[in-house]
Structures are given as C-alpha cells and as structure tokens.
Ligand binder design. Structure first.
Ligand code: ADP
Length: 493
C-alpha cells in the first residue's frame, strides 16, 4: 500500500510533543511491515536531515500559494521523508506553529493550507511525484485537516480518476485550528462546504472539524479518548459530529519507539540498565540529582515530570501537592516549557526549596531521557490525555507513573493497589488535588516496601509498548476505508 503520512512535526527534525514521536515511529513500523510510506512535512528553518537527498520536484505557484519544492530524503527507517520547501511560508524564526514570542503565525491558514493541499495532491492521479501516488492520505491534527477536504473535492471533480482515501487522526482535540471564515476564499473551500455540515465551527473555519467531517475514517490515539471525545464534557463542541461519525471513529493506542526508549541501549544515558539489573538506574538517579543540583541522596524519593507546561497537564496540581511531598523528604525534578505563570510557580518553588526541587525550563531531549531513567516515580496528573507517551516511557524505564484517570493513561497504566500482581503505577481516583495527594501517598508507601516497589517496576518494564500491534490496526483502518470507498464510489462528505 502507498501511504502518505502528512504531519506538521516529526522527530528528530522538529518536535513539540507526542505527535513528533508518532510521526517518526508509526511510519517506520508501517514501512517495516512492507508498505511504501512517505512522510510529508514542511521544511522549517533549521531542519537538518541526514540521508540520501533526491532531486527536488517543482510545485508551480497555485491559487494563493507561491511556488514550492518537494525534496525527497531517504532516511534510515526505510521511510521517504518529503520535505515541503516553501521558504516564504516555512523559513521562520520560532516553532512550527508560533513565532519566537509564542504567538500564532498570522498566516497559519496559508502555511498549513499548503501542507494539506500538497498532501491531497499526492493522493490523486496528478501527484507531483511521477509514478507514485498515495492509496491512503493519513492526515494528522488540524494542520493537515484540510487534506480530506481537498481529496473529497478532487474526487467530486474527477469521480472516475483514482483518488486516495483519507484518514484523519486526532492527537489532541483541544487544538481545533480556528481561522476567520474569510480564509475559506483563500483556501479554495467550495461555498457549499462552508456551512455547519462542512468546515464551519461557530462562524469560524475549523481545520480540525474540516478533517473530521470529510475524512473517510477518523482515528484517535487511545480507546478511552475515542469514547471521551464523544461526550459533551470533553468533546470541545465537536462531540456531536464525532458521535454522528462514530462508525468511522477508531481509538488506536500509540506505541513508543522501543529503540529510542530502551534503558538497556539508550545512548543518552550515562548508565544503562534492564529489568534484571537495576544498578545502572541507581547510578542514573545520582547523575540526575547531581545534574539538577540536588543532594545525591539515594534515600530521598525522587518524583519527576517532563511536560508541556499547560493547564491540560495538571502542573498546578503538582505545585499544590508539593508541601506534602516535601514533608515526606521527597525530591521533585521538572523539565518543561510553556505557560509563563506555571513556569514562574515552578521557579519560585525551586528557589524556596533548593535542596528538594529542581526545575529546568526549556526543551531538552537528553535530560528527558535522564529523568525517565533517574527518577523513582513519574507524575502525569493530566486533566485530559489523548494518549500520553511519558507514562509508557517511564514504565519502560522502571519509573512507575502516578497518573490521572483519563484517556490513554487509563489504557496504559495498571493501578498497583487495585491489581497488586500486575500493577505498574498509581491511578488517581479523580483528577484534583485530593486525588493526586492520595495517589502520591500510595506511591510513597509502596516505595518504602522495597520488594513491592521492585515488582511494580518489573511489571512496567515487562510491558510491550511497541508499535507493531497498533500499526496493524492502522492498516486495517486503511483497508476498510479503501474497501468502503470502492463499494460506495464517490463518498459524500
Ligand atoms: P503531548 O504530546 O501532549 O505534549 P505526550 O506525553 O504525548 O504529550 O508527549 C510528549 C513528548 O514530548 C514526550 O516524548 C516528552 O518526553 C516530550 N517532551 C515534552 N516536554 C519536553 C521538554 N521540555 N523537553 C524534552 N522533551 C519533552
């Protein structure tokens, strides 16, 4: 099968969160299963690739967009990376979505409209890659949300030409990709698709809604989140649409990259370890404490978080629980970036308790690995969590997670009090201050029972969080969408 995986970010080139990791690992696994997978991503400023770079393909100026280039790069994983080079849109200081001051780029409609447009074109008989067209265009999150619309448009215009099916994956429903409806003119959205049954969301254009409305299949990143987003409480206004399309909505758990996240072979760790020998983990703890300027005390229970600093991730709850943790003699290490108020709260806590709290503000892959390895327990009290990766990394690294009862956290952590034989962590009864407090106390209690803790660690380290099974599920979804399209002919939106 020819699969075009369209994404706004991909590890190791550019990553702001879990989508970056998924965009590397899922295509690689699909390629290993024998499929021809190409990953389409904008050539942002600073993206450096290693691999065999092919000849660029010119994309002539089209509609509102200037001329661009598609540059194929064969990367180690067997996947072809297609870099969408359009310097006027992508060569910017700042991140993929926001400028250096943290504000959305003013022309994100154009920037991600082009990404979606090219993704769709790669799934038509007019694919710019001569001799290659996608059977499936897999669009990820709002930046690719218009790809299913453009594919539906191509299908409507040329019903007898082969056109790829579209699969829309929601990595986080909270980001709806909202723009003034005026953008619809620019982006070439047909008038009759601009209403409530089309791309409109409360008078605006929602790129995510567009994708959900027009995709042949929808997936999200855990079974529990697939259910949650169909409820009014967690559907951010899109629950009605998701309920209406529930027959095409699948929750497929993310896996983790078990090569990059393997404590026995992790090149980013000063010491390695495995389920059978945790000596290296003890050394990593000391290395982490030293690096963070905390006393290298093996007897202080070390809690940690690596996270975007947002309301979603419950960092305020961690700050609220801090007095209780400090009273237990525990230490806390946090790595994150984001909301300035949360960052300040963390910085204040570190200043007030320099022997017990250390905070690093910024994005640091190496430190994230050392934290997963060196911490005793990992904190993830997310208010909602589509899938979450860190709770899986932490289980693989013998660092039992304390998590909220939400989304993919519920699907990937087994509470060790509820199931002492198989437990891998601690699930809060509710995502609030009390829930966190209670789960933390249970974690401290378990840590003080050495044998029990060892068992919880071993259970987590024995779990297989790889991508194989989930990649197979994506293939099933792709196949079902292709079969449905060939039975139905032109699909109505
Ligand atoms: P989300 O995608 O909602 O941010 P996930 O848990 O799914 O959350 O994925 C987050 C990914 O980003 C993980 O791989 C995590 O280690 C990484 N990460 C988040 N913040 C940082 C940071 N400040 N430095 C390094 N890695 C980070």
């Amino acid at each position: 099968m020819n699969i075009l995986f369209a994404t706004p970010e991909c590890t190791p080139y550019v990553k702001t969160g879990g989508l970056g990791d998924v965009s590397a690992a899922l295509p690689a696994t699909l390629a290993a299963l024998g499929h021809d997978v190409r990953v389409l991503m904008p050539a942002y400023r600073g993206v450096r690739v290693s691999g065999e770079i092919g000849d660029g393909v010119e994309l002539p100026a089209w509609g509102p967009w200037p001329a661009a280039q598609l540059v194929p790069v064969k990367v180690d994983s067997g996947v072809t990376l297609l870099l969408l080079a359009c310097p006027a849109l992508y060569q910017r200081h700042g991140g993929p979505y926001v400028d250096a001051s943290g504000n959305d780029y003013h022309d994100n409609d154009m920037r991600f409209g082009l990404l979606s447009r090219v993704a769709a074109q790669l799934g038509t008989a007019h694919s710019p890659l001569h001799g290659w067209a996608a059977d499936v265009v897999h669009a990820n999150d709002w930046p690719c949300g218009l790809a299913p619309v453009y594919l539906a448009q191509a299908r409507a215009l040329a019903p007898h030409e082969p056109t790829a099916v579209s699969v829309m994956t929601v990595h986080n429903l909270a980001f709806r990709g909202l723009f003034p409806m005026g953008s619809a003119d620019l982006l070439g959205i047909p008038l009759h698709w601009r209403g409530l049954d089309g791309v409109e969301f409360w008078g605006q254009l929602s790129m995510l809604k567009a994708g959900l409305q027009f995709a042949d299949a929808i997936t999200t990143v855990s079974p529990t989140y697939a259910r949650e987003i169909q409820t009014e409480a967690q559907g951010v206004g899109l629950d009605g649409l998701l309920r209406a399309r529930s027959g095409r909505l699948h929750g497929i758990m993310n896996g983790i990259d078990t090569q990059a996240w393997d404590p026995a072979h992790d090149p980013l760790l000063p010491h390695r370890f495995s389920r059978d020998n945790l000596q290296g983990k003890r050394l990593c703890k000391a290395a982490l404490q030293a690096r963070c300027g905390l006393p290298t005390d093996p007897k202080a229970m070390l809690f940690a978080a690596v996270s975007r600093l947002t309301e979603q991730k419950g960092i305020d709850l961690v700050l609220g629980a801090l007095p209780g943790l400090l009273a237990q003699g525990a230490q806390l290490v946090v790595l994150g970036q984001g909301d300035p108020t949360l960052a300040q709260g963390l910085r204040d806590a570190a200043e007030r308790h320099p022997l017990q709290v250390a905070v690093t503000l910024g994005f640091d892959e190496g430190l994230a690995h050392l934290i997963e390895a060196g911490a005793d327990a990992f904190l993830m009290p997310s208010r909602f969590e589509p899938c979450g990766l860190n709770q899986m990394y932490s289980q693989a690294y013998g660092t039992p997670p304390v998590v909220a009862p939400a989304g993919g956290l519920l699907d990937s952590v087994i509470d060790s009090d509820a199931d002492p034989d198989h437990g891998t962590g601690f699930i809060m009864a509710a995502c609030d201050a009390e829930g966190l407090q209670e789960a933390l106390l249970r974690a401290v209690r378990a840590w003080n029972e050495r044998k029990r803790w060892r068992r919880i660690q071993a259970n987590g380290m024995a779990r297989a969080f790889g991508w194989n099974e989930s990649a197979q599920r994506y293939i099933e979804v792709y196949r079902a969408a292709i079969d449905a399209a060939s039975v139905n002919g032109t699909l109505p939106p």
